[in-house]
Ligand binder design. Structure first.
Ligand SMILES: NC(=O)c1ccc[n+]([C@@H]2O[C@H](COP(=O)([O-])OP(=O)(O)OC[C@H]3O[C@@H](n4cnc5c(N)ncnc54)[C@H](O)[C@@H]3O)[C@@H](O)[C@H]2O)c1
Length: 315
C-alpha cells in the first residue's frame, strides 16, 4: 500500500516527536520538515534524513507532501494551518488549534470548503483506557454520571510563552470533559490568576455545568513542583480513576476495586496513525475541527468568567 506523504511544521520540543513517530509508522512517509529556526530545522532533518525547509510556503509546494502536522508556537498555529489547507494539504493542528476562536472558525470553514481533513492534537483521547471510561459512562456501567474532576499541574514549561495555562493546558481537560459526557456544558465559571508568569494566567480552576445537573471541575497550573495528570469520574454506582502518566485505570465499586490493564502505548503514535488512516480510508476523525473550536470557545468563556467574576452561559 502506498504510504501517506507527511511533513511537520515547527520541530521544537513537540514537533520533533511528530517527526519521529511519522518516521516509525508503517503507513506514513516523512517527506520534509520545516522550522523557522534554521539550525534546529537542519538538525531535525538530518536526524530523520528528510528534506529541510525554513519557509512553509516553499515546503507546501512539494507535491509529495499530502498531510501536515502543525506544531509551531500556539499563536502561529492558525496561520500555518490555514496556509497548509489553502495548499490542499490535510492538517493535524496542535492544540489549542488557534490563539482565538475567530481564527479557529476560519480553519474549520476552509477545511470544509476544500474537502480536507482537519483534526486537533487532543492527545488525551488516545490514552488507552480513555475509551473504556467513555463507554462506561455511555452504557451507565458506573450508574449516572455525577461529576468529573481533572488535575493537570506542574511547573511552567518556559518555552510556552504565548498563551496562558487555560488555552495551553486546561484545554486538554475541557476536551476530555466534552468527550466523556458526550455533551456540551451549558455554563462555565472559572477563577484564574498569575503568581509567576508576567503576561498570562498560570493557574486556573474551571467548573463546567451541564443541563441535567452534572458538573466537571478542572484544576490546572504551572506552579506545582511535581507533575500530576489525573481524571476522576464519579458515577452514582462507581468511580473511575485514570492516571494519564502511568496510564493506570481503576474502577472503584462498592465491594471491590478493579484495575483493567491496558498495555502502555504511546498516545502520539495512536493519534498520528489514526490521522493517516482517516485520510487514506476517508473516515471522519475522532477529533473534528468542530471539537477544537468548541474547546477553544469554552476556554475563552473560562477566561471571561474569571475576568468578570461570574458564570458565563455557553451557546
Ligand atoms: N498535544 C500535546 O500533548 C502537546 C504537547 C506539547 C506541545 N503541544 C503543542 O505543540 C506546539 C509546539 O509546542 P512546543 O512545546 O514544541 O514548542 P517549541 O517552542 O519547543 O517549538 C515550537 C517550534 O515552532 C517553530 N516555529 C514557530 N513559528 C514557525 C513557523 N511559522 N514555521 C515553522 N516553524 C515555526 C519554532 O522555531 C520552534 O522550533 C504548541 O502549540 C503546543 O501547545 C501539544
Amino acid at each position: 500500500m502506498k504510504k501517506l506523504g507527511v511533513a511537520v511544521v515547527g520541530t521544537g520540543f513537540w514537533g520533533k516527536n511528530h517527526a519521529r513517530v511519522y518516521k516509525e509508522l508503517a503507513s506514513t512517509e516523512l517527506v520534509a520538515i520545516c522550522d523557522v529556526n534554521a539550525e534546529r530545522a537542519k538538525s531535525v532533518a538530518d536526524q530523520f534524513g528528510v528534506k529541510v525547509y525554513t519557509d512553509s510556503t516553499r515546503m507546501l509546494k512539494n507535491k509529495e507532501v499530502e498531510a501536515v502536522s502543525i506544531c509551531t508556537w500556539s499563536t502561529v498555529l492558525a496561520k500555518e494551518a490555514l496556509k497548509a489547507l489553502k495548499a490542499g494539504k490535510h492538517v493535524l493542528v496542535e492544540k489549542p488549534m488557534a490563539s482565538d476562536t475567530k481564527k479557529a472558525e476560519k480553519l474549520l470553514k476552509t477545511a470544509e470548503k476544500n474537502d480536507l481533513h482537519l483534526t486537533v492534537g487532543f492527545l488525551m483521547r488516545f490514552i488507552p483506557g480513555m475509551l473504556h471510561i467513555r463507554e462506561a459512562v455511555e452504557n451507565k456501567k458506573i450508574g449516572e454520571l455525577v461529576c468529573a474532576t481533572a488535575k493537570r499541574v506542574s511547573q511552567w514549561p518556559e518555552r510556552i510563552g504565548d498563551v496562558g495555562v487555560v488555552k495551553d493546558t486546561a484545554i486538554h481537560d475541557i476536551d476530555v470533559m466534552r468527550y466523556i459526557a458526550n455533551e456540551d456544558p451549558i455554563t462555565v465559571y472559572a477563577k484564574t490568576g498569575s503568581m509567576r508568569h508576567r503576561k498570562f494566567e498560570d493557574y486556573a480552576q474551571i467548573m463546567l455545568t451541564y443541563k441535567d445537573g452534572k458538573s466537571a471541575f478542572i484544576e490546572s497550573n504551572w506552579l506545582t513542583p511535581y507533575k500530576t495528570r489525573t481524571l476522576t469520574v464519579t458515577g452514582s454506582d462507581a468511580i473511575m480513576r485514570l492516571d494519564y502518566i502511568t496510564q493506570e485505570l481503576w474502577i472503584e465499586e462498592t465491594k471491590e476495586t478493579l484495575q483493567p490493564r491496558y498495555p502502555w502505548q504511546e498516545p502520539l503514535k495512536l493519534e498520528l496513525q489514526h490521522f493517516a488512516e482517516c485520510i487514506t480510508e476517508k473516515k471522519k476523525p475522532l477529533i473534528t475541527a468542530a471539537d477544537g473550536l468548541k474547546a477553544l470557545q469554552i476556554a475563552e468563556a473560562a477566561l471571561q468568567s474569571s475576568a468578570k467574576n461570574r458564570a458565563i452561559k455557553l451557546r
